[in-house]
Unconditional design. Structure first.
Length: 243
């Protein structure tokens, strides 16, 4: 383990170790990565909303994304599906134009879409305390968030592997709860922006892995050992669905 890795862990406030083979990539190709994202777009939106407990089925997500109203479902649930689609479209536009950056402004723009209508104040860092259901872990106070985000950005420069940078970013967003709501969704968007800018396929948690994801996240919050989550997330890269 390098000194840069150890420094990054100190900045982020959690540790991890993962087999090197999980961080092996295809030759970078952003066009290919964006094509795969578009091809699986309804499935990816379904994956995201299912993790949030949204009752829309995959066929219903497809129907809604095609522009047809789905009967028998709450408007708020339909809005959540459409908002996740909008956040991914925004991410794709930023990456395709080369305008994605790991900065607070971009994080806030993505959260404003992903958490629209669900958050006390979407698109801005929270100004009060929050908790995380299922764990006694307490996220940091609001007045620490700007400094913590800056440390997250510094850690990016110490990690040479885009997969590690991306997963570390996701876990930092989940752990620190920068926003009132939508933190894991925003963290995954930032993670995937980092991957796309490196010409690599995005990571999304498929429906069948929902319980494992939540269980692993609870253990991460309680232990600050991110090894299990790093290995889990690395295995979810969508390139594996094309192998």
């Amino acid at each position: 383990m390098t000194s840069d890795h150890l420094t990054a862990e100190k900045l982020l406030g959690f540790t991890w170790s993962c087999p090197d083979q999980l961080f092996q990539f295809d030759t970078p190709n952003q066009e290919r990565a964006l094509w795969r994202l578009k091809k699986l777009f309804p499935e990816i939106v379904f994956d995201v909303t299912l993790l949030e407990g949204n009752p829309f089925t995959f066929p219903q997500v497809q129907t809604l994304l095609d522009g047809t109203t789905v009967g028998g479902q709450k408007i708020s649930d339909a809005d959540q599906v459409l908002n996740q689609a909008a956040s991914f479209k925004k991410l794709m536009t930023l990456c395709k134009s080369g305008n994605f950056e790991m900065i607070k402004k971009v994080a806030c723009e993505l959260n404003a879409l992903a958490a629209k209508g669900e958050s006390l104040q979407e698109g801005i860092f929270r100004n009060g305390n929050v908790g995380i259901a299922g764990t006694q872990y307490q996220p940091p106070a609001a007045d620490q968030l700007d400094a913590i985000f800056q440390e997250l950005c510094k850690a990016q420069d110490l990690l040479n592997n885009s997969m590690e940078r991306g997963i570390a970013t996701f876990l930092s967003c989940a752990k620190n709860q920068f926003f009132w709501d939508g933190n894991k969704r925003t963290g995954r968007l930032l993670m995937n922006g980092i991957l796309l800018m490196a010409g690599q396929d995005i990571i999304t948690v498929p429906a069948r892995c929902r319980e494992e994801f939540h269980t692993n996240m609870i253990r991460f919050y309680q232990s600050n050992d991110a090894s299990e989550m790093f290995c889990f997330m690395a295995r979810q890269q969508i390139s594996q669905r094309f192998s």
